[in-house]
Write a protein that binds this ligand. Structure first.
Ligand SMILES: Cc1cc2nc3c(=O)[nH]c(=O)nc-3n(C[C@H](O)[C@H](O)[C@H](O)COP(=O)(O)OP(=O)(O)OC[C@H]3O[C@@H](n4cnc5c(N)ncnc54)[C@H](O)[C@@H]3O)c2cc1C
Length: 336
């Protein structure tokens, strides 16, 4: 087990904020995690389990214990004519899992190529992109209850999955640490190619898992900044879902407003469009910027602090609220 004191989290958050944590603790296996859970000092301290920090905003130094898993490995635990069940350690880099599945000809996660972060966090977040969500490929999530110290194997339908959420993010549920995720992947791919951008890139090409993965990577690289080059956490806000009456009122004023159907007859509006309409695209304030190709992405231009990024986010939120009457909710988790 690795234990560090006053540890810089600069390499553990994709905004590359130089926040420090009082303690950093990395466990190698479930036995070590059990020891941590039973430790009285750990129980008394503020703690947070992180992955690669690609969805986190550290507002200041963390006066507690940051926990990180080093559990890796991918293993086929079951197989039949149609499916393969792949059990993956929580610390496996998600995109490496996608690359592996695609190389084996197993479908179900190819549209989720190049999403930063680790596999445990992917299951916590219910990552999604280009018409696919990880929940549809999840068979089980293995997780340890921080309060009872017991392990539970959650079936996908017990994980409380919704848009970028799960029971593992729900403050009303017992906190859990994810150690393994088992994916159920298809031997005969069922391609999801409804997204216009994906269709455009794939036009005239033979549709294979690798072709879809390559197309997704090309689209993402063209429109999203590489966190290694320009610190960011992807989409800063979630796409808001509003009721039809509100949407119709807005459409009278803004006939071009884009929209997608959402559950319960509601309407999803792209947050990026709302932010762009408020004039924020490409704007800079000090060391914080709104990415010039995608207004939904806030970037660290060099030496931004978490506070400054939060301030920019607040200006955006209030401008969108004033103009459209829509409350944007951050997708990024603020850590104070
Ligand atoms: C450039 C860029 C593009 C992105 N594009 C997308 C996208 O298309 N779709 C999408 O859905 N997301 C996207 N994201 C967001 C991000 O990649 C995902 O949310 C990802 O799953 C976060 O993984 P992580 O390992 O960095 O987790 P972190 O950011 O470290 O943590 C995320 C959450 O998971 C919890 N957590 C992490 N590991 C565990 C564990 N083992 N057990 C329990 N809880 C845990 C943390 O406490 C936190 O609440 C993007 C981010 C960036 C920077």
């Amino acid at each position: 087990m690795r234990i560090e004191q006053n540890f810089s989290l600069e390499k553990y958050n994709t905004f590359h904020l130089p926040a420090k944590t009082r303690w950093f603790l990395e466990y190698e296996n479930e036995d070590d995690l059990q020891k941590v859970l039973h430790d009285e000092y750990f129980q008394e301290c503020l703690s947070l389990h992180i992955g690669k920090g690609s969805n986190l905003l550290f507002i200041n130094d963390y006066n507690g214990i940051i926990l990180h898993s080093a559990i890796r490995g991918m293993e086929v635990v079951r197989e039949d004519e149609s499916f393969v069940w792949l059990r993956v350690g929580a610390a496996e880099i998600w995109d490496e899992v996608v690359a592996y599945a695609v190389s084996k000809g197993w479908g179900g996660i190819e549209n989720l190529s190049l999403i930063p972060g680790e596999t445990g966090a992917a299951a916590v977040q219910n990552i999604g992109a280009y018409g696919m969500e990880i929940k549809d490929a999840i068979e089980t999530v293995e997780a340890w209850n921080q309060l009872t110290f017991e392990k539970h194997v959650f079936k996908a339908d017990e994980c409380g999955y919704g848009y970028r959420t799960s029971r593992f993010k729900d403050p009303h549920q017992d906190p859990h640490f994810v150690t393994y995720v088992t994916l159920k992947l298809r031997k005969q791919p069922d391609f999801k190619l409804e997204y216009g951008a994906l269709q455009d890139v794939l036009k005239g090409k033979e549709i294979t898992l690798q072709a879809v993965r390559d197309a997704v990577i090309a689209i993402r690289q063209a429109k999203l900044p590489d966190p290694e080059v320009l610190g960011n956490a992807g989409s800063f806000f979630m796409n808001p879902v509003i009721d039809t009456a509100h949407f119709e009122k807005l459409r009278q004023q803004y006939p071009d407003i884009p929209s997608y159907p959402a559950p319960d007859g509601k309407i999803k509006v792209p947050a990026g469009w709302l932010i762009e309409q408020c004039g924020f695209k490409g704007k800079k304030h000090g060391e914080v910027g709104v990415y010039e190709k995608q207004a939904l992405v806030l970037v660290n231009l060099g030496n931004a602090t978490g506070d400054e990024i939060a301030l920019m986010a607040e200006s955006i939120r209030s401008a969108v609220k004033d103009r459209f009457g829509i409350e944007l909710m951050p997708e990024v988790k603020y850590v104070a």
